[in-house]
Design a protein around this ligand. Structure first.
Ligand code: AFP
Length: 333
């Protein structure tokens, strides 16, 4: 199947193998893939269509939106809202839950998405991506409200991201491992190229925004300090560092060669309990990381066990190679 199976063929094969009734999920994932193809095109056109730069709006996070943030949010929403697979949608870019208009049928799933993660990198032509998380709509709920989205990450049915880099690659898990599909632009299909992705348990590469160092808590200060001391220090090996400021790019790298990604609790903005969003970034990426044999924690708690208290909740994130994350967690204990 490697190098030949399309996403649809792979998902149907999975259905048969795991004899799970997931026909509707397969159809939903086809629609998500179609949305990602459209976003890939929009992102790739960038300067040619004058859509780089800031929009005149701020998002619910109070962050200046890029034009492409708004455009990609519309592309993703328009591609899925009519399909009949969803009961509602929640976007990082939109304050309230997005209801399915009465003219469209509703389905049994909820989707949370960040249409364009890393968008501050768009103007400098670095990799960005779309992140999504699929939950079941609670039984008997006709018109889901915010509270219906507040499910711990362990309730996710499926999670994935699409990275728009030199290649456009869709990475997915439905709880039976992690698989990667590369977009063949000529055919317009995502082709299975990275089956059963597993993260190396150890690493010598860490990713953190060191400009925040003075705001970190002691366990993170200690961990990074030990990495920087390298072979002369207690780790007895040298480390490399990366920071792309695009979570999809960091996580894709970690899935490929191992590593640890940290956006830990810091007291830069004391009321903010972390930088990354639980429902749109931390939970879907945690599902993928754990399914690939890694670990994902706030430093004090498994991220996927957090009971969300709002749809735009932020959390500290430490995820990647199992043994390295376990070490950082141990420093928090
Ligand atoms: P944007 O989508 O606003 O660019 O934020 C990207 C992000 O949420 C995540 O993808 C990065 O890892 C992180 O923020 C980068 O944060 P810093 O800009 O503070 O390094």
């Amino acid at each position: 199947m490697i190098g030949t199976a399309t996403l649809t063929q792979f998902n149907i094969h999975q259905q048969r193998n795991y004899s799970v009734k997931r026909g509707e999920l397969t159809l939903l994932l086809d629609d998500v893939a179609r949305a990602c193809k459209s976003i890939s095109h929009a992102v790739n056109q960038g300067s040619l269509t004058g859509t780089l730069g800031a929009a005149e709006t701020d998002n619910v996070q109070g962050e200046v939106q890029k034009q492409l943030d708004v455009i990609c949010d519309e592309i993703f929403t328009d591609a899925l809202i009519w399909t009949g697979h969803l009961a509602a949608m929640a976007s990082e870019e939109v304050e309230e839950v997005i209801e399915i208009p009465s003219r469209f049928p509703k389905g049994k799933y909820l989707i949370c998405f960040d249409p364009l993660d890393g968008s501050s990198n768009i103007d400098v032509n670095l990799s960005v991506g779309t992140i999504f998380s699929i939950l079941r709509c609670p039984e008997g709920i006709e018109t889901p409200q915010t509270k219906d989205f507040l499910q711990p990450g362990t309730q996710q049915v499926c999670a994935g991201f699409c990275i728009y880099g030199p290649s456009t690659i869709l990475v997915l898990t439905s709880g039976n491992g992690v698989n990667g599909f590369t977009l063949d632009h000529d055919v317009g299909e995502f082709i299975l190229t990275h089956p059963d992705i597993k993260i190396p348990k150890d690493t010598a590469e860490f990713a953190i925004n060191v400009s925040n160092q003075r705001y970190w808590e002691a366990p993170v200060q200690r961990y990074v300090d030990e990495c920087l001391k390298g072979i002369e220090g207690v780790r007895e090996k040298n480390f490399n560092m990366r920071w792309i400021a695009s979570m999809v790019a960091e996580i894709y790298r970690i899935l490929t060669r191992g590593g640890i990604f940290m956006y830990p609790l810091d007291n830069k903005i004391p009321k903010m309990k972390g930088r990354l969003r639980l429902l749109y970034e931390a939970n879907p990426m945690s599902f993928i990381i754990e399914q690939a044999g890694g670990m994902s924690s706030t430093g004090r708690q498994r991220i996927m066990e957090i009971q969300p208290d709002s749809i735009h909740q932020r959390v500290p994130v430490i995820m990647g190679s199992y043994n390295e994350v376990e070490r950082v967690v141990s420093y928090h204990m």
